[in-house]
Design a protein around this ligand. Structure first.
Ligand SMILES: C[S@@+](CC[C@H](N)C(=O)[O-])C[C@H]1O[C@@H](n2cnc3c(N)ncnc32)[C@H](O)[C@@H]1O
Length: 272
Protein backbone atom coordinates (compact mmCIF):
# COMPACT_ATOMS: atom_id res chain seq x y z
CA UNK A 1 0.00 0.00 0.00
CA UNK A 2 2.84 2.42 0.86
CA UNK A 3 4.71 1.72 -2.41
CA UNK A 4 1.44 2.31 -4.26
CA UNK A 5 0.87 5.58 -2.42
CA UNK A 6 4.40 6.69 -3.35
CA UNK A 7 3.78 5.83 -7.02
CA UNK A 8 0.49 7.73 -7.02
CA UNK A 9 2.23 10.75 -5.51
CA UNK A 10 4.95 10.64 -8.17
CA UNK A 11 2.24 10.47 -10.83
CA UNK A 12 0.51 13.50 -9.26
CA UNK A 13 3.80 15.43 -9.30
CA UNK A 14 4.36 14.62 -12.98
CA UNK A 15 0.84 15.75 -13.81
CA UNK A 16 1.36 19.00 -11.86
CA UNK A 17 4.67 19.62 -13.63
CA UNK A 18 2.83 19.28 -16.99
CA UNK A 19 0.03 21.74 -16.19
CA UNK A 20 1.72 24.19 -13.79
CA UNK A 21 1.93 27.61 -15.43
CA UNK A 22 2.77 29.79 -12.41
CA UNK A 23 6.20 31.23 -11.72
CA UNK A 24 6.72 30.64 -8.01
CA UNK A 25 10.13 29.41 -6.91
CA UNK A 26 8.66 26.32 -5.22
CA UNK A 27 5.33 24.55 -5.44
CA UNK A 28 3.76 21.37 -4.13
CA UNK A 29 0.35 19.73 -3.80
CA UNK A 30 -1.73 18.03 -1.16
CA UNK A 31 -4.97 16.19 -2.09
CA UNK A 32 -8.09 17.77 -0.61
CA UNK A 33 -9.64 14.54 0.58
CA UNK A 34 -9.16 10.85 1.02
CA UNK A 35 -9.67 8.78 -2.17
CA UNK A 36 -8.83 5.41 -3.74
CA UNK A 37 -5.51 6.83 -4.99
CA UNK A 38 -4.76 8.52 -1.65
CA UNK A 39 -6.38 6.40 1.08
CA UNK A 40 -5.15 8.65 3.88
CA UNK A 41 -7.15 9.53 6.99
CA UNK A 42 -9.04 12.77 6.35
CA UNK A 43 -7.91 14.16 9.71
CA UNK A 44 -4.27 13.54 8.75
CA UNK A 45 -4.73 15.34 5.41
CA UNK A 46 -6.27 18.25 7.24
CA UNK A 47 -3.24 18.51 9.54
CA UNK A 48 -0.92 18.50 6.49
CA UNK A 49 -2.95 21.37 5.01
CA UNK A 50 -2.70 23.26 8.30
CA UNK A 51 1.08 22.81 8.27
CA UNK A 52 1.27 24.30 4.76
CA UNK A 53 -1.24 27.08 5.42
CA UNK A 54 0.55 28.33 8.54
CA UNK A 55 4.00 27.97 6.97
CA UNK A 56 5.54 31.33 5.93
CA UNK A 57 7.50 29.73 3.07
CA UNK A 58 4.18 29.53 1.15
CA UNK A 59 2.60 32.82 0.04
CA UNK A 60 -0.22 31.51 -2.14
CA UNK A 61 -2.49 28.51 -2.53
CA UNK A 62 -5.35 27.53 -4.86
CA UNK A 63 -7.56 24.56 -5.63
CA UNK A 64 -6.85 22.60 -8.77
CA UNK A 65 -7.83 19.15 -9.97
CA UNK A 66 -4.67 17.37 -11.06
CA UNK A 67 -5.25 14.19 -13.04
CA UNK A 68 -8.55 13.29 -11.40
CA UNK A 69 -7.49 14.35 -7.92
CA UNK A 70 -8.84 17.57 -6.36
CA UNK A 71 -5.82 19.19 -4.70
CA UNK A 72 -4.56 22.38 -3.14
CA UNK A 73 -1.43 23.71 -4.83
CA UNK A 74 0.89 25.66 -2.49
CA UNK A 75 3.31 28.20 -3.98
CA UNK A 76 6.28 29.57 -2.06
CA UNK A 77 9.77 30.96 -1.86
CA UNK A 78 12.64 29.57 0.25
CA UNK A 79 15.42 31.96 -0.77
CA UNK A 80 15.93 33.76 2.52
CA UNK A 81 15.91 30.47 4.47
CA UNK A 82 18.28 28.85 1.98
CA UNK A 83 20.70 31.77 2.31
CA UNK A 84 20.57 31.77 6.11
CA UNK A 85 21.06 28.00 6.27
CA UNK A 86 24.38 28.05 4.41
CA UNK A 87 26.10 30.54 6.68
CA UNK A 88 26.78 28.19 9.62
CA UNK A 89 30.31 26.81 9.92
CA UNK A 90 29.10 23.27 10.58
CA UNK A 91 26.20 23.31 8.13
CA UNK A 92 26.36 20.15 6.01
CA UNK A 93 23.39 20.82 3.69
CA UNK A 94 21.55 23.92 2.48
CA UNK A 95 17.80 24.15 3.14
CA UNK A 96 15.51 22.69 0.53
CA UNK A 97 12.41 20.73 1.56
CA UNK A 98 11.01 17.38 0.62
CA UNK A 99 7.29 17.58 -0.26
CA UNK A 100 4.95 17.48 2.76
CA UNK A 101 3.12 14.50 1.19
CA UNK A 102 6.48 12.75 0.63
CA UNK A 103 7.40 13.30 4.27
CA UNK A 104 4.08 11.70 5.23
CA UNK A 105 4.60 8.66 2.99
CA UNK A 106 8.22 8.22 4.20
CA UNK A 107 7.10 8.28 7.82
CA UNK A 108 4.28 5.82 7.03
CA UNK A 109 6.95 3.34 5.94
CA UNK A 110 9.05 4.06 9.06
CA UNK A 111 5.99 3.29 11.19
CA UNK A 112 5.18 0.16 9.17
CA UNK A 113 8.76 -1.06 9.79
CA UNK A 114 8.08 -0.82 13.53
CA UNK A 115 10.10 2.24 14.51
CA UNK A 116 8.77 4.21 17.46
CA UNK A 117 10.68 7.48 17.37
CA UNK A 118 11.48 9.62 14.34
CA UNK A 119 14.48 11.94 14.55
CA UNK A 120 14.49 14.47 11.73
CA UNK A 121 18.16 15.41 11.29
CA UNK A 122 18.69 18.70 9.45
CA UNK A 123 14.96 19.19 9.62
CA UNK A 124 14.44 22.47 7.74
CA UNK A 125 10.89 23.53 8.59
CA UNK A 126 10.33 20.26 10.51
CA UNK A 127 7.91 18.62 8.08
CA UNK A 128 9.21 15.06 8.58
CA UNK A 129 9.03 15.38 12.37
CA UNK A 130 5.58 16.97 12.01
CA UNK A 131 4.32 14.06 9.90
CA UNK A 132 5.70 11.62 12.47
CA UNK A 133 3.59 13.32 15.12
CA UNK A 134 0.55 13.23 12.79
CA UNK A 135 1.11 9.48 12.56
CA UNK A 136 1.30 9.18 16.36
CA UNK A 137 5.01 8.48 16.62
CA UNK A 138 7.34 10.24 19.02
CA UNK A 139 9.25 12.82 17.06
CA UNK A 140 12.22 15.12 17.42
CA UNK A 141 13.50 17.73 15.02
CA UNK A 142 17.13 18.89 14.98
CA UNK A 143 17.99 21.94 12.88
CA UNK A 144 21.14 24.05 13.02
CA UNK A 145 19.67 27.22 11.56
CA UNK A 146 17.99 29.68 13.94
CA UNK A 147 15.69 31.20 11.30
CA UNK A 148 14.33 27.76 10.36
CA UNK A 149 14.12 26.79 13.98
CA UNK A 150 12.02 29.92 14.72
CA UNK A 151 9.82 28.96 11.77
CA UNK A 152 9.35 25.46 13.25
CA UNK A 153 8.17 27.01 16.48
CA UNK A 154 5.34 28.68 14.51
CA UNK A 155 4.31 25.27 13.18
CA UNK A 156 3.98 23.25 16.35
CA UNK A 157 0.27 22.65 15.74
CA UNK A 158 1.34 19.28 17.14
CA UNK A 159 4.48 19.31 19.28
CA UNK A 160 7.25 17.62 17.28
CA UNK A 161 9.97 18.78 19.70
CA UNK A 162 12.09 21.20 17.68
CA UNK A 163 15.71 21.64 18.80
CA UNK A 164 18.00 24.30 17.37
CA UNK A 165 21.33 22.45 17.45
CA UNK A 166 24.17 21.00 15.41
CA UNK A 167 23.03 17.40 14.89
CA UNK A 168 26.64 16.20 14.96
CA UNK A 169 27.13 17.33 18.57
CA UNK A 170 23.57 16.84 19.90
CA UNK A 171 23.19 14.66 23.02
CA UNK A 172 20.91 11.86 21.75
CA UNK A 173 21.07 10.03 25.08
CA UNK A 174 18.84 12.81 26.49
CA UNK A 175 15.95 11.58 24.29
CA UNK A 176 15.78 8.06 25.82
CA UNK A 177 15.46 6.46 22.39
CA UNK A 178 14.57 2.75 22.08
CA UNK A 179 13.63 2.06 18.43
CA UNK A 180 14.54 5.25 16.59
CA UNK A 181 14.73 6.00 12.91
CA UNK A 182 16.91 8.89 11.74
CA UNK A 183 15.96 10.78 8.57
CA UNK A 184 19.18 12.42 7.33
CA UNK A 185 18.44 15.72 5.57
CA UNK A 186 21.17 16.13 2.99
CA UNK A 187 22.37 14.49 -0.21
CA UNK A 188 25.46 12.31 0.25
CA UNK A 189 27.41 14.37 -2.29
CA UNK A 190 26.52 17.73 -0.72
CA UNK A 191 27.66 17.15 2.87
CA UNK A 192 25.18 14.44 3.87
CA UNK A 193 27.97 11.89 4.41
CA UNK A 194 29.60 14.11 7.05
CA UNK A 195 26.22 14.81 8.67
CA UNK A 196 25.24 11.12 8.77
CA UNK A 197 28.71 10.03 9.94
CA UNK A 198 28.60 12.52 12.81
CA UNK A 199 25.20 11.23 13.95
CA UNK A 200 26.19 7.56 13.48
CA UNK A 201 29.22 8.14 15.69
CA UNK A 202 27.04 9.65 18.42
CA UNK A 203 24.53 6.77 18.23
CA UNK A 204 27.37 4.20 18.29
CA UNK A 205 28.46 5.62 21.62
CA UNK A 206 25.06 4.89 23.25
CA UNK A 207 25.12 1.28 24.33
CA UNK A 208 22.90 -1.10 22.34
CA UNK A 209 21.04 1.66 20.47
CA UNK A 210 22.55 1.18 17.02
CA UNK A 211 21.24 -2.37 16.61
CA UNK A 212 17.67 -1.09 16.99
CA UNK A 213 18.10 2.04 14.89
CA UNK A 214 16.96 2.71 11.34
CA UNK A 215 18.30 5.24 8.87
CA UNK A 216 16.77 7.04 5.93
CA UNK A 217 19.11 8.63 3.42
CA UNK A 218 18.00 11.05 0.69
CA UNK A 219 19.82 10.02 -2.49
CA UNK A 220 20.28 11.16 -6.04
CA UNK A 221 21.12 9.51 -9.36
CA UNK A 222 21.93 12.85 -10.96
CA UNK A 223 24.83 12.71 -13.38
CA UNK A 224 26.04 15.98 -11.86
CA UNK A 225 27.72 13.84 -9.17
CA UNK A 226 30.29 11.07 -9.43
CA UNK A 227 28.48 7.79 -8.59
CA UNK A 228 29.31 6.03 -5.33
CA UNK A 229 31.20 2.79 -6.16
CA UNK A 230 28.76 0.90 -3.91
CA UNK A 231 25.70 2.65 -5.41
CA UNK A 232 22.62 3.24 -3.22
CA UNK A 233 22.14 6.69 -4.77
CA UNK A 234 25.38 7.96 -3.23
CA UNK A 235 25.12 6.19 0.14
CA UNK A 236 26.53 2.69 -0.60
CA UNK A 237 30.00 3.26 0.86
CA UNK A 238 28.67 4.79 4.09
CA UNK A 239 26.11 1.98 4.41
CA UNK A 240 28.79 -0.71 4.05
CA UNK A 241 31.30 1.04 6.32
CA UNK A 242 28.74 1.28 9.13
CA UNK A 243 27.55 -2.34 8.85
CA UNK A 244 24.13 -1.30 7.63
CA UNK A 245 22.02 -2.88 4.92
CA UNK A 246 19.57 -1.17 2.67
CA UNK A 247 16.11 -2.70 3.10
CA UNK A 248 13.82 -0.60 0.91
CA UNK A 249 13.86 2.46 -1.31
CA UNK A 250 10.94 4.85 -1.85
CA UNK A 251 11.07 7.32 -4.75
CA UNK A 252 9.33 10.52 -3.71
CA UNK A 253 8.93 14.09 -4.99
CA UNK A 254 11.01 16.85 -3.42
CA UNK A 255 11.22 20.57 -4.09
CA UNK A 256 14.65 20.15 -5.70
CA UNK A 257 13.42 17.53 -8.22
CA UNK A 258 10.24 19.33 -9.31
CA UNK A 259 11.68 20.16 -12.74
CA UNK A 260 13.43 16.79 -13.13
CA UNK A 261 12.28 13.44 -14.50
CA UNK A 262 13.73 11.46 -11.56
CA UNK A 263 12.39 11.72 -8.04
CA UNK A 264 14.43 11.55 -4.83
CA UNK A 265 15.21 7.96 -3.75
CA UNK A 266 14.87 7.62 0.04
CA UNK A 267 17.03 4.67 1.09
CA UNK A 268 15.82 2.90 4.25
CA UNK A 269 18.65 1.05 6.02
CA UNK A 270 19.19 -0.82 9.25
CA UNK A 271 21.97 -2.64 11.09
CA UNK A 272 22.99 -6.00 9.55
C1 LIG B 1 18.13 19.60 2.42
S1 LIG B 1 17.50 20.39 3.91
C2 LIG B 1 16.39 19.12 4.43
C3 LIG B 1 15.21 19.62 5.20
C4 LIG B 1 14.21 18.57 5.66
N1 LIG B 1 14.84 17.43 6.27
C5 LIG B 1 13.33 18.11 4.53
O1 LIG B 1 13.57 17.00 4.00
O2 LIG B 1 12.40 18.83 4.17
C6 LIG B 1 18.89 20.22 5.00
C7 LIG B 1 18.75 20.95 6.34
O3 LIG B 1 19.82 20.52 7.20
C8 LIG B 1 20.23 21.61 8.03
N2 LIG B 1 21.58 21.30 8.53
C9 LIG B 1 22.74 21.30 7.83
N3 LIG B 1 23.78 20.94 8.62
C10 LIG B 1 23.26 20.67 9.85
C11 LIG B 1 23.82 20.22 11.08
N4 LIG B 1 25.13 20.01 11.21
N5 LIG B 1 22.98 20.03 12.13
C12 LIG B 1 21.64 20.27 12.03
N6 LIG B 1 21.05 20.70 10.88
C13 LIG B 1 21.85 20.89 9.80
C14 LIG B 1 20.15 22.80 7.07
O4 LIG B 1 20.10 24.04 7.77
C15 LIG B 1 18.88 22.47 6.26
O5 LIG B 1 17.74 23.06 6.84
Amino acid sequence: MIEELAKNLVHLKKELAKVYDGNSQIQEVIPVSTSDLFPILQQDLELLHQFATKNPIYYNSFEKTIGNVPCIVYEGDINKYWLNSIQHGSSRAPFSPTWIMSAYVGVLLAKDLGYQQVIDIGSGDGRIAFCAKVLDLKSYSIEIDDMLSDLQNLLTILDFHPYCSDAMTFDYSSLNLTQPIFFIGGLAQMGGIALASGVLEKIDSISDLKKNAGWVFAGTYSQKYAPDPKNEAGWGTLIEKNNLKSIQTLSLPTVWTFHEQDETPYIFAQTI
